[in-house]
Design a protein around this ligand. Sequence first.
Ligand code: UDP
Length: 236
Amino acid sequence: MLKYKRILLKLSGESLMGGQGYGIDGDVLERFAMEVQQCKELGTEIAIVIGGGNIFRGVSKASENMDRVQADHMGMLATVINSLAMQDALERKGIFTRLLTAIKMEQIAEPFIRRRAIRHLEKGRVVIFGAGTGNPYFTTDTAASLRAIEIEADIIIKGTRVDGIYDADPEKNPAAILFPHISYIDILKKNLRVMDLTAITLCRENSLPIVVMNMNIPGNLERLILGEQIGTLVSV
Ligand code: UDP
């Protein structure tokens, strides 16, 4: 029995870098595609949002002197590059996919149309949402929340390189404690930097649960979908 019938998987751009300092690591991409394939075989409907931080971020050193909107446009295009790479990795595994972008670029992807996205999911295609929300001053975490709500996903799964949400940064503080569950309001109150506040607020207002889990442990995604307690659940 599937615990989650329709999921939205959020992967950061940085997670695609692997050990490199920039860009896309083919092995990581392959590994993530394998995780998605396992879940697809269970019959879960899967949508994916990928960030762009491995290539360009609107709020970064490189864009310091740039117009913010211009820089954010570059960031959104970076997410499309990552989305194309993920689409390729999935299709090499024989998985049918569609890339839908929030900024029109019809030679390479379909424009985002909600009903079409849902139809693709129902037909068993993995849907990748590119170009974030299509608006500057937002993040792909917010895009993930927005799209998950629009497609009526059962959950957002944020794949990270740590096991979930801790009371402190586990990469800096080895004594940090993992929360198996936390409420939206506690994330806001404790100012935990899990997802940006707009994304958390959107999930809270629409009662969309989030799971934060380690994407680098093989089989984690599948176990979560089958109902195991993995990572941290964020809900009311
Ligand atoms: N971005 C944007 N609007 C959106 C989503 C993303 O302008 O709706 C831009 C923004 O500049 C951001 C960059 O795209 O810095 C990459 O996205 P993000 O930082 O969320 O990527 P991640 O941290 O997940 O790799």
